[in-house]
Design a protein around this ligand. Structure first.
Ligand code: BG6
Length: 485
Protein backbone atom coordinates (compact mmCIF):
# COMPACT_ATOMS: atom_id res chain seq x y z
CA UNK A 1 0.00 0.00 0.00
CA UNK A 2 1.37 3.43 -0.99
CA UNK A 3 1.55 6.36 1.40
CA UNK A 4 0.11 9.78 0.71
CA UNK A 5 2.74 11.94 -1.01
CA UNK A 6 4.67 14.28 1.29
CA UNK A 7 3.16 17.20 -0.60
CA UNK A 8 -0.41 16.04 0.14
CA UNK A 9 -2.63 18.98 1.01
CA UNK A 10 -4.76 18.24 4.07
CA UNK A 11 -7.22 21.01 4.66
CA UNK A 12 -10.68 22.32 5.23
CA UNK A 13 -13.25 24.17 3.16
CA UNK A 14 -16.06 26.67 3.60
CA UNK A 15 -17.90 29.10 1.33
CA UNK A 16 -18.35 32.85 1.73
CA UNK A 17 -22.14 32.91 1.75
CA UNK A 18 -22.40 30.11 4.32
CA UNK A 19 -19.77 31.59 6.64
CA UNK A 20 -18.88 35.27 6.19
CA UNK A 21 -22.11 36.98 7.27
CA UNK A 22 -21.74 40.79 7.52
CA UNK A 23 -24.01 40.99 4.50
CA UNK A 24 -24.26 44.75 4.61
CA UNK A 25 -20.80 45.62 5.85
CA UNK A 26 -17.62 46.64 4.08
CA UNK A 27 -19.44 48.00 1.04
CA UNK A 28 -20.85 44.58 0.04
CA UNK A 29 -23.86 44.47 -2.27
CA UNK A 30 -26.83 42.16 -1.76
CA UNK A 31 -26.20 38.73 -3.26
CA UNK A 32 -28.50 35.93 -4.32
CA UNK A 33 -27.87 33.79 -1.24
CA UNK A 34 -28.92 36.68 1.03
CA UNK A 35 -32.45 36.10 -0.28
CA UNK A 36 -32.85 32.41 0.55
CA UNK A 37 -34.95 31.95 3.67
CA UNK A 38 -35.33 29.33 6.36
CA UNK A 39 -38.58 29.09 8.25
CA UNK A 40 -37.95 27.89 11.79
CA UNK A 41 -41.56 26.70 11.94
CA UNK A 42 -41.04 24.17 9.16
CA UNK A 43 -41.63 20.74 10.55
CA UNK A 44 -39.17 17.90 10.65
CA UNK A 45 -40.57 16.04 7.70
CA UNK A 46 -39.81 18.93 5.37
CA UNK A 47 -36.22 19.11 6.46
CA UNK A 48 -34.84 17.09 3.58
CA UNK A 49 -36.36 19.39 1.00
CA UNK A 50 -33.96 21.62 -0.85
CA UNK A 51 -35.38 25.02 -0.08
CA UNK A 52 -35.48 27.81 -2.63
CA UNK A 53 -33.62 25.66 -5.15
CA UNK A 54 -36.12 26.88 -7.71
CA UNK A 55 -36.67 30.53 -6.84
CA UNK A 56 -40.02 32.19 -7.51
CA UNK A 57 -40.69 35.88 -8.19
CA UNK A 58 -42.86 36.01 -5.09
CA UNK A 59 -40.18 34.76 -2.69
CA UNK A 60 -37.52 36.83 -4.40
CA UNK A 61 -39.47 40.08 -4.17
CA UNK A 62 -40.50 39.44 -0.59
CA UNK A 63 -36.91 38.65 0.41
CA UNK A 64 -35.57 41.81 -1.23
CA UNK A 65 -37.86 43.92 0.93
CA UNK A 66 -37.20 41.91 4.13
CA UNK A 67 -35.15 43.85 6.65
CA UNK A 68 -35.23 41.23 9.44
CA UNK A 69 -32.33 38.81 9.06
CA UNK A 70 -33.65 36.09 11.36
CA UNK A 71 -35.02 33.87 8.60
CA UNK A 72 -32.16 34.56 6.21
CA UNK A 73 -29.19 32.70 7.72
CA UNK A 74 -26.81 33.45 4.85
CA UNK A 75 -26.97 37.07 5.92
CA UNK A 76 -25.27 36.30 9.23
CA UNK A 77 -23.40 33.06 8.44
CA UNK A 78 -21.09 32.28 11.36
CA UNK A 79 -19.71 35.82 11.32
CA UNK A 80 -16.46 34.57 9.77
CA UNK A 81 -15.97 38.09 8.38
CA UNK A 82 -15.10 39.15 11.92
CA UNK A 83 -13.81 35.89 13.40
CA UNK A 84 -11.51 34.60 10.66
CA UNK A 85 -8.31 35.15 12.64
CA UNK A 86 -9.57 33.11 15.56
CA UNK A 87 -10.89 30.39 13.21
CA UNK A 88 -7.68 30.20 11.20
CA UNK A 89 -5.69 29.95 14.45
CA UNK A 90 -7.63 26.78 15.27
CA UNK A 91 -6.97 25.43 11.78
CA UNK A 92 -3.27 26.17 12.23
CA UNK A 93 -3.38 24.21 15.48
CA UNK A 94 -4.41 21.17 13.41
CA UNK A 95 -1.48 21.88 11.08
CA UNK A 96 -3.79 22.26 8.12
CA UNK A 97 -1.88 22.70 4.87
CA UNK A 98 -4.58 24.40 2.84
CA UNK A 99 -7.76 26.38 3.34
CA UNK A 100 -10.52 26.58 0.75
CA UNK A 101 -13.03 29.37 0.75
CA UNK A 102 -14.89 31.40 -1.83
CA UNK A 103 -14.69 35.06 -2.69
CA UNK A 104 -18.02 36.85 -2.61
CA UNK A 105 -18.43 38.66 -5.94
CA UNK A 106 -20.78 41.19 -4.31
CA UNK A 107 -18.03 42.18 -1.88
CA UNK A 108 -15.70 43.01 -4.77
CA UNK A 109 -18.29 44.46 -7.17
CA UNK A 110 -21.44 45.25 -5.11
CA UNK A 111 -23.65 45.35 -8.20
CA UNK A 112 -21.60 43.10 -10.43
CA UNK A 113 -21.39 45.64 -13.24
CA UNK A 114 -19.72 48.50 -11.33
CA UNK A 115 -16.95 50.41 -13.09
CA UNK A 116 -14.60 50.18 -10.12
CA UNK A 117 -14.11 47.48 -7.49
CA UNK A 118 -14.86 47.97 -3.82
CA UNK A 119 -11.45 48.44 -2.23
CA UNK A 120 -12.70 47.37 1.20
CA UNK A 121 -13.80 44.03 -0.20
CA UNK A 122 -10.45 43.47 -1.90
CA UNK A 123 -8.71 44.37 1.35
CA UNK A 124 -10.76 41.86 3.32
CA UNK A 125 -9.85 38.89 1.14
CA UNK A 126 -6.25 39.99 0.81
CA UNK A 127 -5.92 40.12 4.60
CA UNK A 128 -7.66 36.75 4.92
CA UNK A 129 -5.35 35.09 2.40
CA UNK A 130 -2.26 36.66 3.95
CA UNK A 131 -3.40 35.39 7.33
CA UNK A 132 -3.64 31.86 5.86
CA UNK A 133 -0.09 32.04 4.54
CA UNK A 134 1.20 33.46 7.80
CA UNK A 135 -0.32 30.43 9.49
CA UNK A 136 1.29 27.98 7.07
CA UNK A 137 -1.75 27.34 4.88
CA UNK A 138 -2.02 27.55 1.13
CA UNK A 139 -5.14 29.14 -0.35
CA UNK A 140 -7.66 27.36 -2.55
CA UNK A 141 -10.02 30.08 -3.76
CA UNK A 142 -13.42 29.44 -5.31
CA UNK A 143 -14.29 32.39 -7.49
CA UNK A 144 -18.02 31.68 -7.52
CA UNK A 145 -19.75 29.51 -4.95
CA UNK A 146 -23.46 29.84 -5.66
CA UNK A 147 -23.97 33.58 -5.27
CA UNK A 148 -23.84 36.59 -7.56
CA UNK A 149 -24.82 40.23 -6.94
CA UNK A 150 -28.61 40.48 -7.03
CA UNK A 151 -28.41 43.44 -9.41
CA UNK A 152 -27.17 41.03 -12.10
CA UNK A 153 -30.38 39.03 -11.70
CA UNK A 154 -32.68 42.04 -11.77
CA UNK A 155 -30.95 43.84 -14.57
CA UNK A 156 -29.61 41.06 -16.78
CA UNK A 157 -31.36 37.80 -15.80
CA UNK A 158 -28.34 36.11 -14.21
CA UNK A 159 -26.32 33.60 -16.21
CA UNK A 160 -28.80 33.38 -19.07
CA UNK A 161 -27.43 36.69 -20.34
CA UNK A 162 -24.06 36.64 -22.11
CA UNK A 163 -23.31 40.05 -20.52
CA UNK A 164 -22.85 38.22 -17.21
CA UNK A 165 -19.79 36.52 -18.75
CA UNK A 166 -18.20 39.93 -19.36
CA UNK A 167 -18.84 41.10 -15.81
CA UNK A 168 -17.54 37.81 -14.43
CA UNK A 169 -14.30 38.03 -16.44
CA UNK A 170 -13.79 41.58 -15.22
CA UNK A 171 -14.27 40.30 -11.66
CA UNK A 172 -11.78 37.47 -12.29
CA UNK A 173 -9.21 39.89 -13.72
CA UNK A 174 -9.62 42.19 -10.72
CA UNK A 175 -9.08 39.47 -8.15
CA UNK A 176 -6.27 37.79 -10.08
CA UNK A 177 -4.46 41.14 -10.16
CA UNK A 178 -5.46 41.97 -6.59
CA UNK A 179 -4.50 38.68 -4.94
CA UNK A 180 -1.88 37.36 -7.36
CA UNK A 181 0.15 34.54 -5.92
CA UNK A 182 -1.62 34.73 -2.57
CA UNK A 183 -3.95 32.19 -4.18
CA UNK A 184 -2.38 28.80 -4.84
CA UNK A 185 -5.31 27.01 -6.48
CA UNK A 186 -8.13 28.74 -8.35
CA UNK A 187 -11.57 27.34 -8.93
CA UNK A 188 -13.72 29.45 -11.28
CA UNK A 189 -16.98 27.67 -10.33
CA UNK A 190 -18.12 25.55 -7.41
CA UNK A 191 -19.93 22.40 -8.59
CA UNK A 192 -20.58 23.65 -12.12
CA UNK A 193 -22.95 20.71 -12.73
CA UNK A 194 -25.34 22.13 -10.14
CA UNK A 195 -26.63 24.72 -12.57
CA UNK A 196 -28.86 21.78 -13.51
CA UNK A 197 -29.73 20.58 -10.00
CA UNK A 198 -29.78 23.84 -8.11
CA UNK A 199 -30.89 26.38 -10.74
CA UNK A 200 -31.34 29.38 -8.46
CA UNK A 201 -27.89 29.07 -6.92
CA UNK A 202 -26.25 27.77 -10.07
CA UNK A 203 -27.86 29.86 -12.83
CA UNK A 204 -29.32 32.71 -10.76
CA UNK A 205 -32.64 32.57 -12.63
CA UNK A 206 -36.22 32.73 -11.41
CA UNK A 207 -38.33 29.80 -12.49
CA UNK A 208 -41.65 31.49 -13.23
CA UNK A 209 -39.89 34.06 -15.42
CA UNK A 210 -38.65 31.40 -17.85
CA UNK A 211 -40.71 30.03 -20.74
CA UNK A 212 -38.39 27.11 -21.35
CA UNK A 213 -36.74 26.50 -17.97
CA UNK A 214 -34.66 23.47 -18.95
CA UNK A 215 -33.21 25.13 -22.07
CA UNK A 216 -32.42 28.25 -20.06
CA UNK A 217 -30.59 26.10 -17.51
CA UNK A 218 -28.37 24.60 -20.21
CA UNK A 219 -27.91 28.02 -21.81
CA UNK A 220 -26.65 29.27 -18.45
CA UNK A 221 -24.34 26.23 -18.25
CA UNK A 222 -22.96 27.08 -21.68
CA UNK A 223 -22.27 30.64 -20.58
CA UNK A 224 -20.50 29.28 -17.52
CA UNK A 225 -18.34 26.96 -19.64
CA UNK A 226 -17.35 29.98 -21.73
CA UNK A 227 -16.75 32.05 -18.58
CA UNK A 228 -14.71 29.17 -17.13
CA UNK A 229 -12.52 29.02 -20.24
CA UNK A 230 -12.04 32.79 -20.22
CA UNK A 231 -11.16 32.71 -16.51
CA UNK A 232 -8.55 30.00 -17.16
CA UNK A 233 -7.08 32.07 -20.01
CA UNK A 234 -7.05 35.27 -17.96
CA UNK A 235 -5.51 33.74 -14.81
CA UNK A 236 -2.86 31.87 -16.81
CA UNK A 237 -2.03 35.08 -18.67
CA UNK A 238 -1.75 37.20 -15.53
CA UNK A 239 -0.19 34.57 -13.28
CA UNK A 240 1.99 32.21 -15.31
CA UNK A 241 2.26 28.78 -13.70
CA UNK A 242 -0.99 29.20 -11.73
CA UNK A 243 -3.29 26.22 -11.25
CA UNK A 244 -6.91 26.60 -12.32
CA UNK A 245 -9.32 23.72 -11.82
CA UNK A 246 -12.83 22.58 -12.65
CA UNK A 247 -15.23 21.18 -10.08
CA UNK A 248 -18.39 19.11 -9.98
CA UNK A 249 -20.54 17.66 -7.24
CA UNK A 250 -19.78 13.99 -7.84
CA UNK A 251 -23.04 12.10 -7.99
CA UNK A 252 -21.67 8.57 -7.84
CA UNK A 253 -24.24 6.17 -9.23
CA UNK A 254 -24.38 2.37 -9.33
CA UNK A 255 -26.79 0.16 -11.25
CA UNK A 256 -29.31 -1.16 -8.72
CA UNK A 257 -29.18 -4.58 -10.37
CA UNK A 258 -27.13 -6.28 -13.08
CA UNK A 259 -30.14 -6.03 -15.42
CA UNK A 260 -28.65 -4.55 -18.63
CA UNK A 261 -31.33 -1.83 -18.63
CA UNK A 262 -30.16 -0.67 -15.19
CA UNK A 263 -26.52 -0.68 -16.28
CA UNK A 264 -27.31 1.35 -19.40
CA UNK A 265 -29.43 3.78 -17.42
CA UNK A 266 -26.53 4.28 -15.02
CA UNK A 267 -24.18 5.18 -17.88
CA UNK A 268 -26.69 7.76 -19.10
CA UNK A 269 -27.12 9.17 -15.58
CA UNK A 270 -23.37 9.44 -15.05
CA UNK A 271 -23.07 11.35 -18.33
CA UNK A 272 -26.01 13.57 -17.57
CA UNK A 273 -25.13 14.38 -13.96
CA UNK A 274 -21.34 14.34 -13.97
CA UNK A 275 -19.31 13.73 -17.11
CA UNK A 276 -21.08 16.18 -19.40
CA UNK A 277 -19.52 18.93 -17.27
CA UNK A 278 -16.07 17.46 -16.70
CA UNK A 279 -15.81 16.35 -20.35
CA UNK A 280 -16.27 19.94 -21.49
CA UNK A 281 -13.90 21.44 -18.93
CA UNK A 282 -11.18 18.79 -19.25
CA UNK A 283 -11.45 17.72 -22.89
CA UNK A 284 -12.48 21.12 -24.21
CA UNK A 285 -15.52 20.12 -26.22
CA UNK A 286 -19.13 19.09 -25.94
CA UNK A 287 -19.16 15.27 -25.72
CA UNK A 288 -20.49 13.01 -28.46
CA UNK A 289 -23.60 12.11 -26.44
CA UNK A 290 -24.71 15.76 -26.22
CA UNK A 291 -27.14 15.73 -29.17
CA UNK A 292 -29.04 12.71 -27.93
CA UNK A 293 -29.08 14.03 -24.37
CA UNK A 294 -30.34 17.45 -25.51
CA UNK A 295 -32.98 15.82 -27.76
CA UNK A 296 -34.33 13.71 -24.95
CA UNK A 297 -34.48 16.72 -22.63
CA UNK A 298 -35.87 18.96 -25.40
CA UNK A 299 -33.03 21.38 -24.83
CA UNK A 300 -31.89 23.95 -27.36
CA UNK A 301 -29.01 26.34 -26.71
CA UNK A 302 -27.27 29.10 -28.64
CA UNK A 303 -23.52 29.25 -29.12
CA UNK A 304 -21.70 32.10 -30.81
CA UNK A 305 -18.82 31.84 -33.23
CA UNK A 306 -15.58 31.18 -31.45
CA UNK A 307 -17.08 29.48 -28.38
CA UNK A 308 -15.99 25.98 -29.40
CA UNK A 309 -12.43 27.12 -30.16
CA UNK A 310 -12.26 28.95 -26.84
CA UNK A 311 -13.33 25.83 -24.90
CA UNK A 312 -10.80 23.72 -26.79
CA UNK A 313 -7.91 26.11 -26.09
CA UNK A 314 -8.58 26.58 -22.37
CA UNK A 315 -9.00 23.39 -20.41
CA UNK A 316 -8.51 22.89 -16.67
CA UNK A 317 -5.21 22.06 -14.95
CA UNK A 318 -6.84 19.76 -12.40
CA UNK A 319 -10.27 18.43 -11.51
CA UNK A 320 -11.90 18.82 -8.14
CA UNK A 321 -15.09 17.35 -6.81
CA UNK A 322 -17.25 17.19 -3.74
CA UNK A 323 -18.16 13.73 -2.53
CA UNK A 324 -20.68 12.95 0.17
CA UNK A 325 -22.69 9.88 -0.81
CA UNK A 326 -23.73 7.55 -3.61
CA UNK A 327 -26.99 6.56 -5.28
CA UNK A 328 -28.34 3.69 -7.32
CA UNK A 329 -30.14 3.75 -10.64
CA UNK A 330 -32.82 1.52 -12.04
CA UNK A 331 -35.51 1.66 -14.66
CA UNK A 332 -37.89 0.21 -12.06
CA UNK A 333 -40.06 3.14 -10.98
CA UNK A 334 -41.30 1.37 -7.84
CA UNK A 335 -37.95 1.55 -6.06
CA UNK A 336 -37.67 3.33 -2.73
CA UNK A 337 -35.97 6.71 -3.05
CA UNK A 338 -33.05 8.06 -1.05
CA UNK A 339 -32.53 11.76 -0.53
CA UNK A 340 -29.19 13.37 -1.16
CA UNK A 341 -27.10 16.36 -2.05
CA UNK A 342 -29.35 18.24 -4.52
CA UNK A 343 -30.38 15.09 -6.37
CA UNK A 344 -32.30 12.09 -5.22
CA UNK A 345 -31.76 8.54 -6.40
CA UNK A 346 -32.69 5.07 -5.32
CA UNK A 347 -31.89 3.44 -2.02
CA UNK A 348 -28.89 1.16 -1.82
CA UNK A 349 -29.77 -1.74 0.51
CA UNK A 350 -26.11 -2.17 1.51
CA UNK A 351 -25.59 1.37 2.81
CA UNK A 352 -26.50 3.28 5.94
CA UNK A 353 -27.62 6.89 5.61
CA UNK A 354 -27.05 10.06 7.62
CA UNK A 355 -29.94 11.64 9.49
CA UNK A 356 -30.57 13.72 6.38
CA UNK A 357 -30.83 10.57 4.28
CA UNK A 358 -27.48 10.85 2.48
CA UNK A 359 -26.15 7.33 1.92
CA UNK A 360 -22.70 6.87 3.44
CA UNK A 361 -20.34 5.13 1.04
CA UNK A 362 -16.57 5.45 1.58
CA UNK A 363 -15.74 2.89 -1.13
CA UNK A 364 -17.74 5.08 -3.51
CA UNK A 365 -15.01 7.69 -3.05
CA UNK A 366 -12.32 5.24 -4.20
CA UNK A 367 -14.56 4.26 -7.11
CA UNK A 368 -15.10 7.90 -8.08
CA UNK A 369 -11.41 8.74 -7.83
CA UNK A 370 -10.54 5.80 -10.06
CA UNK A 371 -13.26 6.62 -12.58
CA UNK A 372 -12.31 10.27 -12.81
CA UNK A 373 -8.58 9.63 -13.02
CA UNK A 374 -8.99 6.90 -15.57
CA UNK A 375 -11.15 9.12 -17.76
CA UNK A 376 -9.06 12.31 -17.67
CA UNK A 377 -5.57 11.50 -16.34
CA UNK A 378 -5.54 14.86 -14.60
CA UNK A 379 -4.56 15.53 -10.97
CA UNK A 380 -7.60 15.35 -8.69
CA UNK A 381 -8.61 17.29 -5.61
CA UNK A 382 -11.33 16.30 -3.14
CA UNK A 383 -12.69 19.78 -2.54
CA UNK A 384 -15.48 18.73 -0.18
CA UNK A 385 -16.32 15.68 1.92
CA UNK A 386 -17.96 15.24 5.29
CA UNK A 387 -21.07 14.28 7.21
CA UNK A 388 -23.81 16.69 8.20
CA UNK A 389 -24.97 15.74 11.68
CA UNK A 390 -26.63 17.11 14.78
CA UNK A 391 -23.91 17.62 17.41
CA UNK A 392 -24.39 18.00 21.15
CA UNK A 393 -22.39 20.55 23.10
CA UNK A 394 -21.86 19.05 26.57
CA UNK A 395 -21.76 21.18 29.70
CA UNK A 396 -17.98 20.87 29.91
CA UNK A 397 -17.61 22.21 26.36
CA UNK A 398 -16.86 18.84 24.75
CA UNK A 399 -18.57 17.45 21.66
CA UNK A 400 -18.37 13.70 21.15
CA UNK A 401 -18.74 13.22 17.41
CA UNK A 402 -17.52 9.66 16.99
CA UNK A 403 -19.83 9.32 13.94
CA UNK A 404 -17.85 12.08 12.20
CA UNK A 405 -14.52 10.49 13.07
CA UNK A 406 -15.80 7.17 11.69
CA UNK A 407 -16.99 8.87 8.50
CA UNK A 408 -13.72 10.73 7.95
CA UNK A 409 -11.54 7.74 8.84
CA UNK A 410 -13.27 5.44 6.37
CA UNK A 411 -13.12 8.02 3.59
CA UNK A 412 -9.43 8.74 4.20
CA UNK A 413 -8.73 4.97 4.09
CA UNK A 414 -10.40 4.80 0.68
CA UNK A 415 -8.42 7.82 -0.54
CA UNK A 416 -5.28 5.94 0.42
CA UNK A 417 -6.51 2.92 -1.52
CA UNK A 418 -7.06 5.18 -4.52
CA UNK A 419 -3.57 6.66 -4.20
CA UNK A 420 -2.26 3.08 -4.17
CA UNK A 421 -4.37 2.37 -7.25
CA UNK A 422 -2.26 5.05 -8.95
CA UNK A 423 -4.58 8.06 -8.73
CA UNK A 424 -2.77 11.41 -8.66
CA UNK A 425 -4.52 13.04 -5.70
CA UNK A 426 -3.42 16.54 -4.72
CA UNK A 427 -5.37 17.10 -1.54
CA UNK A 428 -8.46 16.86 0.60
CA UNK A 429 -10.39 19.78 2.05
CA UNK A 430 -12.93 18.51 4.59
CA UNK A 431 -16.22 20.32 4.13
CA UNK A 432 -17.44 22.85 6.64
CA UNK A 433 -14.26 22.46 8.72
CA UNK A 434 -15.85 24.93 11.10
CA UNK A 435 -19.66 24.65 11.40
CA UNK A 436 -21.45 26.82 8.85
CA UNK A 437 -24.99 27.27 7.51
CA UNK A 438 -25.95 24.27 5.36
CA UNK A 439 -26.47 25.19 1.76
CA UNK A 440 -29.30 22.87 0.75
CA UNK A 441 -31.51 23.13 3.80
CA UNK A 442 -30.24 26.45 5.19
CA UNK A 443 -29.86 25.05 8.71
CA UNK A 444 -27.29 25.64 11.40
CA UNK A 445 -28.16 22.36 13.06
CA UNK A 446 -26.78 20.34 10.14
CA UNK A 447 -23.15 20.59 11.16
CA UNK A 448 -20.04 19.35 9.34
CA UNK A 449 -17.21 20.95 11.32
CA UNK A 450 -14.48 19.61 13.52
CA UNK A 451 -14.88 23.03 15.15
CA UNK A 452 -18.25 23.71 16.78
CA UNK A 453 -19.92 27.13 16.60
CA UNK A 454 -22.34 27.94 19.40
CA UNK A 455 -25.15 29.44 17.36
CA UNK A 456 -28.77 28.49 16.65
CA UNK A 457 -30.88 28.61 13.48
CA UNK A 458 -31.68 32.28 13.86
CA UNK A 459 -28.12 33.43 14.50
CA UNK A 460 -28.40 33.64 18.27
CA UNK A 461 -25.81 32.20 20.63
CA UNK A 462 -22.39 33.05 22.01
CA UNK A 463 -20.75 32.17 18.64
CA UNK A 464 -17.93 30.73 20.71
CA UNK A 465 -15.85 28.05 18.98
CA UNK A 466 -15.28 24.62 20.62
CA UNK A 467 -13.11 21.72 19.51
CA UNK A 468 -15.05 18.56 18.77
CA UNK A 469 -13.44 15.13 19.33
CA UNK A 470 -12.92 15.03 15.56
CA UNK A 471 -10.61 18.04 15.88
CA UNK A 472 -7.85 16.03 17.58
CA UNK A 473 -8.54 13.06 15.32
CA UNK A 474 -8.05 15.19 12.20
CA UNK A 475 -4.91 16.77 13.66
CA UNK A 476 -3.51 13.29 14.26
CA UNK A 477 -4.42 12.31 10.70
CA UNK A 478 -2.66 15.38 9.30
CA UNK A 479 0.41 15.03 11.51
CA UNK A 480 0.88 11.43 10.43
CA UNK A 481 0.14 12.26 6.77
CA UNK A 482 -2.84 9.94 6.80
CA UNK A 483 -1.06 7.00 8.50
CA UNK A 484 -2.48 7.20 12.03
CA UNK A 485 -6.21 6.92 11.59
C1 BG6 B 1 -22.08 21.07 -1.66
C2 BG6 B 1 -21.96 22.58 -1.66
O1 BG6 B 1 -22.95 20.70 -2.66
O2 BG6 B 1 -22.63 20.48 -0.54
C3 BG6 B 1 -21.82 23.21 -0.29
O3 BG6 B 1 -20.87 22.99 -2.44
C4 BG6 B 1 -22.77 22.52 0.67
O4 BG6 B 1 -22.05 24.59 -0.39
C5 BG6 B 1 -22.40 21.06 0.74
O5 BG6 B 1 -22.78 23.10 1.93
C6 BG6 B 1 -23.21 20.25 1.74
O6 BG6 B 1 -24.57 20.44 1.51
P1 BG6 B 1 -25.55 20.93 2.65
O7 BG6 B 1 -26.84 21.16 1.97
O8 BG6 B 1 -25.60 19.86 3.65
O9 BG6 B 1 -24.93 22.17 3.17
Amino acid sequence: MKKFPESFLWGGAIAASQADGAWQEGGKGVDTQDLRYFDTKWDKTRRTENRNINMTSEIFTKALAEKEDEHYPFRFGIDFYHTYKEDLALMEEMNMKIFRTSINWARIFPNGDDAEPNEEGLRFYKDLFMECHNRGMKVFATILHYNIPVHLVNEYGGWKNRKTIEFYVNYVETIAKGFGNLVDYWLPFNEINCSRFNPYNGCCIIKDQEKDYISTIFQCAHHQFVANALAIRKIHELLPGSKVGGMIARFTTYPLTCKPEDVMETILEENYKNYFYTDIMARGKYPSYTDRMFDSLKVAIQKVEGDDELLKANTVDFLAFSYYMSMTTTTDVQQEKASGNLVSGNKNPYLEASEWGWQIDPIGLRISLNQMYDRYQLPLFIAENGIGARDVLEEDGSIHDDYRIAYMREHVKQMKEAVSDGVDLLGYTAWGIVDIISCGTIEMSKRYGVIYVDQDETGHGSKKRYKKDSFSWYKKCIDSNGEDL
